[in-house]
Design a protein around this ligand. Structure first.
Ligand SMILES: [Zn+2]
Length: 429
């Protein structure tokens, strides 16, 4: 049993941004037994009730729930920062040539370590990961993630058209390789399997049927893909699927959407698509730095929330500009500000919820995303170096909300001093 002592901020209530409450306690104690929080309260009182236990002193800085990234591409670590192109050209010139290199398992192993290190050092404790087009590379990702202790849901990426030949597969081969990977990793420790067609632009109806078969045959598997990211992509998908009513429909007519589905982007959503997503209980992963970097557009968060679509945040590395979910939260805020009357004004607690609890809810992890009694101790210690602007800001914060806003505005991987998942302290590979 361990007692963690410090200032704890989290957002346990609510499901959508807009009026989220911040729970804050200064000099609090979290009692952790077998990775789970069993008691929480003022330090002195809690220590008296639990004498003789190890105390980890995290005073100075903030204890926050571990960050949750609901859309991040493992094979794209090395192409982060390729600025200046729209989606389809960026894929052709940067992402896809790099993804083809993961055919080499040695190459994939090096990338997997860089990827996991990127997540852990940014304070991400749970991620829905877009895997590789190569089964051996996905196996390596699972191995590396399992060794690190992260909570990772991931899968083999499916494509059978529109991409360079080395990245293509067939529906039968995809089914066989996916179910073999799922057998090895789904529900094992902290890893789970996700059925992952790249996007319907690169997946035929036969391939999407194979995806539906894997989803049916792997009990409790997740589904993830892309949707409505960029205008040229949306137009191309409409041409490829003349019979589908819209982009969301290309997945839905194969039975792929439900409460275990997470679709990334949805920048150019129509109202019927939002209604359908809400009805299915599917989630949208909002990827704000990627949307800005590729010029994809401004996310209509107000319409998503208004129509009852569940949302969470994703870094979308490598179109996104890094692993930090604090930066994604800031960018989510900035975009809504720029949208003026069409935007949804976000508070710091709204942003923390989006980066933690919303993601846990989207991934069906009920015991993750806040630091209440009964929850897993998935946490980060934000502890900036003395004298840096965030340190100055935290020491002079007017309130817990203000400290949180400063952390979102100024914080980054360098300020994450420690990371725990299920009570285990993680060290990057
Ligand atoms: Zn993506």
């Amino acid at each position: 049993m361990t007692i963690f002592r410090g200032t704890v901020l989290d957002t346990p209530d609510g499901t959508a941004p807009g009026g989220i409450r911040l729970r804050s306690e200064t000099d609090a104690a979290l009692v952790v037994v077998d990775g789970r929080i069993t008691a929480r309260g003022p330090f002195a009182e809690t220590l008296r009730a639990h004498p003789g236990h190890d105390v980890v002193d995290l005073r100075g800085g903030l204890i926050l729930p571990g960050l949750v990234d609901t859309h991040v591409h493992y094979p794209q670590v090395r192409v982060i920062g390729a600025l200046g192109l729209p989606l389809l050209q960026w894929l052709d010139e940067w992402a896809l040539p790099e993804e083809a290199r993961l055919e080499s398992t040695d190459y994939a192993r090096a990338v997997a370590e860089e990827f996991v290190r990127g997540l852990v050092s940014a304070g991400t404790t749970t991620a829905l990961v877009f895997g590789s087009h190569f089964a051996a590379a996905v196996d390596v990702l699972f191995e590396t993630a399992a060794r690190s202790g992260l909570r990772v849901t991931a899968g083999l990426v499916a494509s059978d058209r529109s991409l360079p030949e080395p990245l293509l597969t067939t529906p039968d081969r995809f089914y066989d390789e996916s179910t073999a990977l799922a057998e090895r990793w789904h529900g094992v420790g902290r890893t789970r399997y996700a059925v992952t067609p790249r996007f319907s632009y690169s997946a035929s109806d036969e391939m999407l049927d194979a995806c539906a078969s894997v989803l049916k045959d792997v009990d409790g598997a997740w589904f993830t893909s892309h949707v409505n990211e960029n205008v040229a992509e949306v137009t191309a998908v409409a041409q490829l699927f003349a019979a589908a009513e819209h982009y969301v429909g290309t997945y839905d007519r194969h039975g792929l959407l439900g409460s275990r589905a997470v679709l990334a982007h949805n920048v150019h959503a129509t109202d019927p698509e939002l209604d359908l997503l809400a009805g299915r209980g599917a989630s949208v992963s909002h990827c704000p730095t990627s949307n800005a970097s590729l010029g994809s557009g401004m996310f209509p968060m107000r319409r998503h929330v208004g129509q009852g679509v569940r949302i969470a945040l994703g870094s979308d590395v490598g179109a996104g500009t890094g692993f930090s979910m604090l930066k994604e939260a800031l960018q989510a805020y900035l975009v809504q500000q720029l949208l003026g009357p069409d935007g949804l004004p976000l508070t710091a607690p709204d942003l923390l919820h989006l980066a933690t609890r919303s993601g846990a809810l989207a991934l069906g992890l009920d015991d993750v995303g806040d630091l209440g009694v009964g929850k897993q101790f998935d946490a980060i210690w934000v502890r900036p170096a003395v004298g840096l602007p965030l340190d100055v800001g935290l020491r002079h914060a007017a309130s817990p909300e203000d400290a949180l806003a400063k952390t979102i505005a100024l914080g980054g991987p360098a300020d994450i001093a420690a990371v725990w998942v299920g009570g285990d302290r993680l060290t990057p590979p």
